[in-house]
Design a protein. Structure first.
Length: 446
C-alpha cells in the first residue's frame, strides 16, 4: 500500500511539473473582450504560430493574438498623427519666422508679414516689386525701435537710393525663395505621414511578431521573458523592406530641411549686416541737414535703444522643425520598433523558449508581394521633386549671399535731390521710410 501511494505521489509530482497556469493569458483575453477560460496548460498539436505541446493557447487564442498584433503593430509603426500635428503647427509659424528674420525683431512686423505671405502665395514671385519689400521692412524695424507716426506724407524727393534698396530687396528675395519652398513642401511631407497608416504589412510579418511578443503568454512561466533584439530585427527588416525607397526620399528631405534652416541662420547674419551697410550709406546722406530738410522728413529724437531678438527666432525654428523628431522616421523603423519591447541580453525569448536566438535565415518576403498604395507613391515622388528643387535653390543662395557681406568702404554715397517736395509721388514714401529707419540706427548702432 505504501509503495502504491509513493508511486502515485511521484507520478503526480512529475505531471504537475509539466503543468503551468494560464493567468496572464486569461488577463490578455479579457483585456480584448475575448471568450477564454483555461486555468492550466494542456497538450495541443494544432497551433500554427506558437509552439505545440503543453500550452494554454488554442487556435482561437492564436487568431485573437494575430488580430490584436495586426492593429497594434500598425498603430505603433505606421500611425504618425502626432508628428503631423507638430508639423502642422510649425508650418503655421513659417511666415512669423521669416518676418522675424527680415525685421530683426519679434514684434512690430505686421507689414513684413503681409509681404512674406504675398511672396509665398504669388504664382510668379519674380513679378513682385522688389523695392517695396525693403521699404516696408525698414518701416517695421523703425517702429519696433520706438519710432511713432510712420504714415509717410505725399512728398516727392528723387534721390539715388534706388541702388541700395534694390540690393536689399534682392537679398530679401533670396531668403524668401528658400522659405517658399519649405512652405510648399511641408504639406506634402505631412501627406506622406498621413498616408503611411494605409500601407500594407505582410501577413508573415504579423505572424512572426505574434510569435515574438505574444506566444510567451501560452505559459505563465515564460510571461516575463523579454523578446530577443536580434530576432526582432530580423523580423522588422522583413516587415519594412517595402519602405526602402520612401526612407531614402524622407531622409533626404529631412537633411535638406535642416540645411535650409542652417542656411537661414547664415542668411540672417548676412542680412543684418547688409541692413547696417545700407543704413550707413543713408546716414552719410543725412549728415547734410540742408538735403535732409529739403527732402522733407522729420525725426523723433531720443529713441529707445533696442537689440535684435535672435533667441525668439531660434525658438520658433525649433518649433517649426525639430530635426531629432524627424530623422529616422522611415530609415530607422526597425530600431524604433525593436527598442520598445526587446532585450539585448543573451538569454531572451526566441519565439519558443527563453534561450539565445539563433538566426534561421528564412525571414524574407517574396519581391512584389507587398506594394505601396498609389497615393503614397505619388506623395513620395512629389517630395523627391522638392528635394531636387531645394538642392538647386540652396546652391544658388549659398553662393549669392556671400556677395552681401559688408565691406569696409570709404566711398561717399552720392545723393541728388532734383526738385523741392511736391505731392503725388510714391518716392517720398521710400525716402521717408528709410530716413525714419536711419534715425533709429543713429541710436541703435554704436
Amino acid at each position: 500500500m505504501f509503495l502504491i501511494l509513493s508511486i502515485s505521489s511521484i507520478l503526480t509530482s512529475v505531471v504537475s511539473q509539466h503543468l503551468d497556469t494560464c493567468n496572464y493569458l486569461n488577463d490578455f483575453m479579457k483585456r480584448y473582450r475575448a471568450d477564454f477560460s483555461k486555468n492550466v496548460t494542456t497538450e495541443v498539436d494544432n497551433l500554427e504560430i506558437c509552439a505545440n505541446g503543453m500550452s494554454c493557447c488554442t487556435k482561437s487564442v492564436e487568431s485573437k493574438m494575430f488580430e490584436v498584433k495586426n492593429i497594434m503593430f500598425k498603430k505603433h509603426n505606421l500611425n504618425k498623427v502626432q508628428y503631423v500635428e507638430i508639423m502642422k503647427a510649425g508650418h503655421g509659424l513659417l511666415v512669423e519666422y521669416m518676418s522675424e528674420v527680415l525685421t530683426l525683431a519679434s514684434a512690430h512686423n505686421n507689414r513684413t508679414k503681409l509681404l512674406v505671405q504675398e511672396y509665398i502665395d504669388a504664382e510668379d514671385s519674380s513679378k513682385l516689386d522688389q523695392r517695396k519689400y525693403p521699404v516696408e521692412t525698414l518701416l517695421d524695424i523703425a517702429e519696433s525701435n520706438g519710432v511713432e507716426n510712420l504714415t509717410p506724407e505725399n512728398k516727392d524727393c528723387t534721390n539715388e537710393l534706388h541702388d541700395p534698396l534694390t540690393k536689399l530687396g534682392l537679398l530679401q528675395f533670396q531668403g524668401l525663395k528658400v522659405m517658399k519652398l519649405l512652405y510648399e513642401s511641408m504639406p506634402i511631407a505631412m501627406d506622406v505621414l498621413v498616408e503611411l497608416k494605409n500601407q500594407m504589412i505582410p501577413v508573415k510579418c504579423i505572424r512572426q511578431n505574434v510569435k515574438l511578443e505574444l506566444c510567451k503568454l501560452c505559459q505563465d512561466s515564460t510571461y516575463f521573458a523579454h523578446p530577443c533584439y536580434d530576432y526582432c530585427m530580423d523580423i522588422a527588416k522583413m516587415c519594412f523592406s517595402h519602405f526602402k525607397e520612401a526612407a531614402e526620399v524622407w531622409e533626404q528631405y529631412v537633411d535638406m530641411t535642416t540645411l535650409v534652416f542652417n542656411l537661414m541662420d547664415k542668411f540672417a547674419v548676412v542680412y543684418e549686416n547688409s541692413i547696417h551697410k545700407t543704413s550707413g550709406r543713408i546716414q552719410k546722406i543725412l549728415e547734410n541737414k540742408e538735403i535732409a530738410e529739403h527732402c522733407g522728413y522729420e525725426l523723433k529724437m531720443n529713441l529707445a535703444k533696442h537689440k535684435r531678438a535672435a533667441d525668439s527666432q531660434t525658438r520658433i525654428r525649433d518649433v517649426i522643425f525639430n530635426e531629432s523628431r524627424m530623422v529616422g522616421m522611415f530609415a530607422n523603423m526597425e530600431e524604433l520598433h525593436c527598442n520598445r519591447t526587446t532585450n539585448r541580453g543573451k538569454y531572451c525569448w526566441n519565439g519558443t523558449h527563453e534561450a539565445p536566438y539563433v538566426p534561421k535565415g528564412s525571414l524574407k518576403i517574396e519581391e512584389g508581394v507587398i506594394k505601396l498604395t498609389d497615393t503614397f507613391k505619388a506623395h513620395i515622388e512629389t517630395l523627391k521633386s522638392f528635394n531636387n528643387k531645394f538642392k538647386a535653390v540652396y546652391d544658388v543662395v549659398i553662393a549669392e549671399i556671400g556677395d552681401y557681406v559688408p565691406e569696409q568702404s570709404t566711398e561717399e554715397p552720392e545723393f541728388v535731390c532734383e526738385r523741392p517736395p511736391c505731392k503725388g509721388s510714391s518716392s517720398a514714401s521710400i525716402f521717408l521710410s528709410v530716413c525714419l529707419f536711419v534715425s533709429v540706427l543713429l541710436n541703435l548702432v554704436v
